[in-house]
Design a binder for this molecule. Structure first.
Ligand code: HEC
Length: 180
């Protein structure tokens, strides 16, 4: 919508002579900036504050490996988009982000064998909740949201744990949401 409006403004101007176009270029650019700015804010307003924060935190902390669209990199970084571990019961996803994960692990038929660091010392409960709510619902994922209280409960459960999870640890965790 943003693009088509800019195109529309552009096409109006293209009817003017070159001189007129030069004269109005600054004015026109200002309008494009104002309209473009207003329109790019509009879709954001549809998201909750949490989803917006979750997306920003994902971009800062996770996207370098799992990629901005959650696809990961085949055989190197597993996908979060369409991953049953990411979108299944929140117990597993929260446990992974808190404690980290050490391969080998199979996601959607492909094996991964890298270390994923623990985030419990880096990200607060509300930040982990916002990131996981985002990744569980972005890119067509249909996971349930994760609340700050749920992460807090999981953090207490893993307070003594210092090693990352293995695939066996992961499958031992019930594939269900953390009780609210
Ligand atoms: C430095 C790279 C790196 C970063 C940064 C990273 N991860 Fe991972 N992640 C991995 C690797 C590698 C694995 C697979 C580990 C293995 O082989 O056992 C993984 C596995 C996962 C999994 C389980 C597998 C799946 O496909 O569902 C989830 C969920 C996950 N990461 C979420 C996150 C979140 C959320 C963040 C940001 C807070 C994050 N990761 C940041 C590398 C990374």
């Amino acid at each position: 919508m943003k693009t088509s409006l800019c195109d529309w403004i552009g096409s109006r101007s293209s009817f003017s002579s070159l001189e007129a176009l030069r004269g109005s270029a600054t004015r026109r650019n200002r309008w494009v900036a104002i309209l473009g700015g207003a329109l790019s804010l509009a879709p954001l307003a549809a998201f909750s504050q949490d989803a917006k924060q979750g997306e920003q935190l994902y971009t800062m902390n996770c996207a370098a490996c799992h990629q901005p669209t959650g696809t990961g990199i085949p055989a190197v970084y597993p996908p979060l988009a369409g991953s049953p571990i990411t979108t299944g019961g929140s117990k597993r996803a929260v446990a992974i982000v808190l404690n980290g994960l050490q391969g080998p692990i199979t996601v959607n038929g492909m094996q991964y064998n890298g270390p994923m660091q623990p985030w419990k010392a880096i990200l607060s409960d509300d930040k982990i909740a916002a990131i996981l709510t985002y990744v569980r619902q972005a890119w067509g994922n249909k996971g349930t949201p994760v609340t700050t209280e749920q992460v807090k409960a999981a953090r207490a459960e893993y307070a003594q744990r210092t090693s990352p999870l293995s695939e066996a640890d992961l499958t031992a965790i019930a594939d269900e949401d953390i009780k609210p």
